[in-house]
Design a protein around this ligand. Structure first.
Ligand code: SAH
Length: 209
């Protein structure tokens, strides 16, 4: 599709996306299948789009930048927090065949699950719930990507990261500009690096009783 190729060239290659697996995945995934029908003509625009329930599908560049930083190999086991539309999960699934994703908004999670199944992304397992706790039964993960903005790095996610594993997470004040942080775990300790200023919908929590 011409629009998708233009998106890859102008929004990704012309910026700083050079990883061939990431670019191939972004060329392949039918982004228009992941946005509501009434705004399909905007699917390849250089921006985040509303997917209902006060949530968004991230801007193509953000999806590519996060994917590229995870440095995945075929066979890498990945955990995503914030399934949303399922688009980021589909991009990951073009690179590796072991994707676990958690969505806190039940209706969104159900829609994403159906959509991913319909499009043939059988490698993606969707769970409904609060991603703060990660997915301990499936841990440890080679990579974790959080697609909602948190105030601090959830400890369970650090624990579920493999030695040498990488996590990408937007961190900062509620509703403010956050920093996209890359976390690398070595010898049980984490090293963090700020990548860029970003805006994301907030990471929410299910209240515990
Ligand atoms: N990766 C998505 C982007 C979705 S926006 C895509 O490609 O479309 C972020 C999503 O994170 C929202 O759907 C929001 O409901 C979800 N979210 C927020 N806090 C969460 C939490 N604690 N656990 C799981 N999902 C969460």
């Amino acid at each position: 599709m011409a629009q998708r190729e233009v998106m890859v060239q102008s929004q990704l290659i012309n910026r700083d996306i050079s990883d061939t697996a990431t670019l191939a995945a972004m060329r392949k995934v039918l982004r228009h299948e992941f946005v509501p029908e009434n705004i399909r003509d905007m699917a390849y625009a250089d921006r985040a789009l509303s997917i209902g329930f006060d949530q968004t599908i991230s801007q193509p560049y953000m999806v590519a930048a996060m994917t590229q930083e995870l440095k995945l190999k075929p066979g890498s086991k990945v955990l995503e927090i914030g399934t949303g539309s399922g688009y980021q999960a589909a991009v990951l699934a073009e690179i590796t065949d072991s994707i676990y994703t958690i969505e806190i908004v039940e209706s969104l999670g159900k829609l994403a699950k159906e959509r991913l199944k319909r499009l043939g992304y059988d490698a993606v397992l969707v769970k409904l719930g609060d991603g703060y706790h990660g997915w301990p039964e499936k841990a440890p993960f080679d990579a974790i990507v959080v697609t909602a903005g948190a105030e601090t790095i959830p400890l369970p996610l650090v624990e579920q990261l493999k030695e040498g594993g990488r996590m990408i997470i937007p961190i900062g004040p509620h509703n403010g500009v956050r920093q996209l942080i890359r976390v690398v775990k070595r010898n049980g300790k984490i090293k963090t690096k700020e990548m860029m200023a970003v805006r994301f919908v907030p990471f929410t929590r299910i209240k515990e009783h």
